[in-house]
Design a protein around this ligand. Sequence first.
Ligand code: SF4
Length: 343
Amino acid sequence: MDLGPPKAPLKDALDAWLVAWDPRERLPNDPVELVHRYRSPADIEVAGLLASSLAYGRVDLFKPALAGLLDRMGPSPADFCRTMETRADWLGLEDFTYRFNRGADLGCLFWACGEALRVHGGLGPLFLRCLEESRAAGKRGAPRGGLLRDALAAFSGWLRGRDFGPVVRRLGPPRALGHLLPSPESGGACKRLNLYLRWMVRGPDAIDFGIWELDPSLLVVPLDTHLARMARVLGLTRRRDLSWKTAEEITGALRRLDPTDPTRYDFALCHFGMSGACPPGPRAARRAPSALAPDPRRTPVRAGWGGGEAKLPPRPPGGRAESCRACPLRPACPTGRRITGRR
Ligand code: SF4
């Protein structure tokens, strides 16, 4: 889809907004807050992969489950994974459950992290090796997103392909390891893997860690329902699906705003949509009820070691037009200008 020339007013509005906005306000609503407990790169990598892999469903449900896991892993998640075979206590994984995943899935993830640490010296070196191999095997002139997709497929394939015999003997077979570590080969946006990459590659800043030596211009946005809606609202895409193709298209539009760091706006845009500050129109709310108000009859939720009540984004008083009039993005937002008139 041709999105036209660079959108200078949108870049100006987004940049001004980012200067005025403190992203740390939204950290309690984001899994990355738990990764900021750690200082060593090995612990950040392991905790980051765990946090991003489990970041599906509602944040008020997966975050207590994730915090419980990290608490039980002790001060160094990397050490836990490295020495898992010799430990008598496996965190009580036998009883762990969060939606599709069971303790055996988590056991396999930790086991694979331990192997990555032993064999490659860490998850970062493993990913960089996957990237180099994808680059060597790829076609000249292939799109950047294609290279990243191949590298991510190789990365998650390597992790899923370990010998999990000791885990299976102790916890039983994994139930949904492919959901925990998906592959972009299926065409999905692989939001959680791209989120992990953003954390490891961008920055360092208040949110992202910047501990991997990789060019941030290669990154693809971690596409979820919130970012997808904001991208449509701002005219960055017209696509409605949550596919890798849509993620690439939105990344391409953001690359026009910042060619060196296209995912720079991702955290702010996603949390703006998630917070309810940009309320969905009635048609969008009807079309994607699971994103905003999950139907418990259709999406049963069970979380081990804690959980929480469902919380919906607060509806701003005054409705959509009032939100748009107060919105810092309105001067550059085609939807906001349509809702409020072009005054
Ligand atoms: S101007 Fe309105 S529609 Fe546009 S981003 Fe702001 S709140 Fe959303």
